[in-house]
Design a protein around this ligand. Structure first.
Ligand code: ATP
Ligand code: MG
Ligand code: FE
Length: 341
């Protein structure tokens, strides 16, 4: 049995074919970086128009690469929440149309659960139970995950998400969008100790995150203006040093909070997903922390960290539970899904 998965929650149009044993037969991702480049961030209207143009070719390509005919598809999975409303609607409409015309079940997938699920794909042992960490463009959320479909929110960000901070700081430093990869690249030439930047909320009694103060500190440093926590005569051309110092500050906070969440909950396994989990420094330092704490780390390969349709293979779990969607299912763009204890 084959699953056709569709993802269009933000600015990547993606389709994948995934077998029941989770093997990824194809995973086509059409990114829109170049369309949003000049704006330094995703412009929702441009994103949905691009999805409309790309969705059918991307689906066709995914089927072709998987050597899979439409008749071989057992179910259609699609991200229905959370994300940009216009973007989500394009994928959902395509998925509904295919499910209806093929007369197969439709599965509406939560994108955040899918980011965590991606960690376990292709692994021999189960990823659950675990502490799940989604560190992405819209979220910096810690979960206690009992199973793939039962993740309970423990903490989140009080302002910017980590990926959002990367994107905004890149703008301050005149580095291209998306900020994560370009800051990582610039940081390679920089000294992470060159600037003394704050590590917001780095206290053992708080699991929540906050990145807007750090972002402002970078802004002050870049402009050579004295900030509240520092006096700097920083030459604004020191982009590499600032990028490296910022990246280190974010990674310090992310790794620290995971350590506290593991300690507080007693979980011995950590699953990390989302675009920022593609960051090289983060991957090194989270692995180091887990090794020291004797915690099992599952982190998706970089191409499964950033948005892609293959991770919507969590739909196999929904199908096992009989959780198919009706054709009148709607998108839920809202950032936070209420989770009850
Ligand atoms: P969400 O998943 O919260 O709905 P999203 O889908 O837009 O948001 P992702 O695609 O998971 O987010 O991740 C995109 C984010 O990841 C962007 O903010 C981008 O800058 C960041 N990112 C990508 N690669 C890296 C990297 N190497 N280092 C740091 N950040 C990165
Ligand atoms: Mg994206
Ligand atoms: Fe995402």
């Amino acid at each position: 049995r084959r699953l056709l998965a569709i993802e269009s929650s933000c600015d990547e149009t993606s389709a994948a074919v995934v077998a029941e044993d989770q093997s990824v037969l194809s995973n086509v991702v059409a990114s829109q970086f170049e369309l949003h480049q000049e704006f330094g961030g995703v412009v929702p209207e441009i994103a949905s128009r691009a999805h409309v143009r790309r969705i059918l070719p991307v689906i066709e390509q995914a089927l072709q690469q998987a050597d899979c005919a439409l008749a071989d598809i057992a179910a259609v999975a699609v991200t229905s929440e959370p994300g940009l409303v216009g973007s989500l609607l394009v994928g959902l409409t395509a998925a509904k149309t295919l499910a209806m015309s093929l007369n197969v079940p439709l599965v509406a997938v939560n994108h955040i659960d899918a980011h965590i699920y991606a960690c376990g794909m292709g692994q021999k042992s189960s990823a659950f139970p675990c502490i799940g960490f989604v560190v992405s463009g819209g979220h910096t959320n810690l979960y206690e995950c009992h199973s793939a479909t039962d993740c309970r929110l423990v903490a989140g960000t009080t302002d910017d998400a980590a990926g959002e901070a990367f994107d905004k700081v890149a703008r301050v430093l005149n580095l291209p969008y998306p900020g994560g990869p370009s800051i990582q690249k610039a940081a390679e030439q920089g000294d992470p100790t060159a600037y003394k930047l704050p590590r917001p909320m780095m206290r053992a009694d708080k699991l929540n995150f906050s990145f807007s103060g750090l972002k402002t500190a970078v802004l002050y440093a870049a402009r050579g203006v004295p900030g509240p926590d520092q006096l700097s005569e920083t030459p604004p051309e020191c982009v590499a040093d600032l990028a490296a110092s910022f990246q280190q500050a974010v990674v310090d906070v992310l790794v620290f909070k995971c350590k506290i969440a593991l300690r507080k909950s007693g979980h011995r396994r950590l699953c990390v997903g989302g675009g920022v989990a593609a960051n090289r420094l983060f991957r090194e330092q989270i692995a180091e922390m887990c090794r020291r704490q004797s915690v099992e780390l599952l982190i998706a390969p970089p191409e499964l960290c950033t948005d892609n349709a293959a991770m919507a293979a969590i739909a196999w779990e929904y199908l096992d539970q009989g959780r198919t969607a009706n054709l009148d299912v709607d998108v839920l763009p809202g950032l936070v899904r209420p989770k009850r204890k």
